[in-house]
Design a protein around this ligand. Structure first.
Ligand SMILES: CC(C)(COP(=O)(O)OP(=O)(O)OC[C@H]1O[C@@H](n2cnc3c(N)ncnc32)[C@H](O)[C@@H]1OP(=O)(O)O)[C@@H](O)C(=O)NCCC(=O)NCCS
Length: 126
């Protein structure tokens, strides 16, 4: 068994500007309906969207996604358990890719401050 790490950090202000500039195109490309419902219901949506962007990038790194084309970002979905801890669900091409890499489980952790959001992902291989 091997543990594969991935991490990313995002400026929340940048995400705020993307949301303001073209909300539907940006949000529709990156986020599932469940993610949008969660983030949009928060007092500071951009912080939660930024954390999910960081999580998706971190997961892509952890599963060693081959960056030969655009990542289907909605195939990496951030959900929550009953206690509020984030969990990731892989679907579509990313799930298929993870299977070819013998990745069985991916765990994530998120954090945000006023300026930045960050995420760590750990993929279990084998
Ligand atoms: C959950 C907790 C660790 C978050 O820490 P924080 O410093 O406030 O906030 P951070 O920015 O570092 O982390 C926020 C992220 O933690 C994650 N998180 C939430 N609950 C979690 C839990 N039980 N376990 C692990 N991660 C959790 C979420 O992903 C959240 O981001 P999201 O809402 O965008 O998904 C913290 O609130 C805590 O210790 N809670 C337990 C005690 C409690 O319930 N307190 C209530 C306050 S009155």
């Amino acid at each position: 068994m091997r543990l594969l790490p991935g991490t990313d950090i995002i400026e929340i202000e940048r995400v705020h500007r993307l949301i303001e500039g073209g909300e539907d195109a940006f949000l529709a490309r990156w986020f599932t309906d469940a993610e949008r419902a969660y983030c949009s219901g928060k007092a500071h949506p951009a912080a939660h969207y930024a954390a999910r962007l960081a999580a998706k990038e971190a997961v892509a790194k952890a599963v060693r996604w081959q960056w030969t084309g655009p990542v289907p970002w909605r195939d990496i979905e951030v959900l929550h358990d009953e206690g509020g801890a984030p969990l990731v669900r892989l679907t579509g091409q990313v799930a298929d890719w993870a299977a070819t890499q013998s990745v069985t489980v991916v765990e994530i952790s998120l954090s945000h401050s006023r300026q930045h959001a960050t995420a760590v992902a750990i993929a279990t291989q084998g």
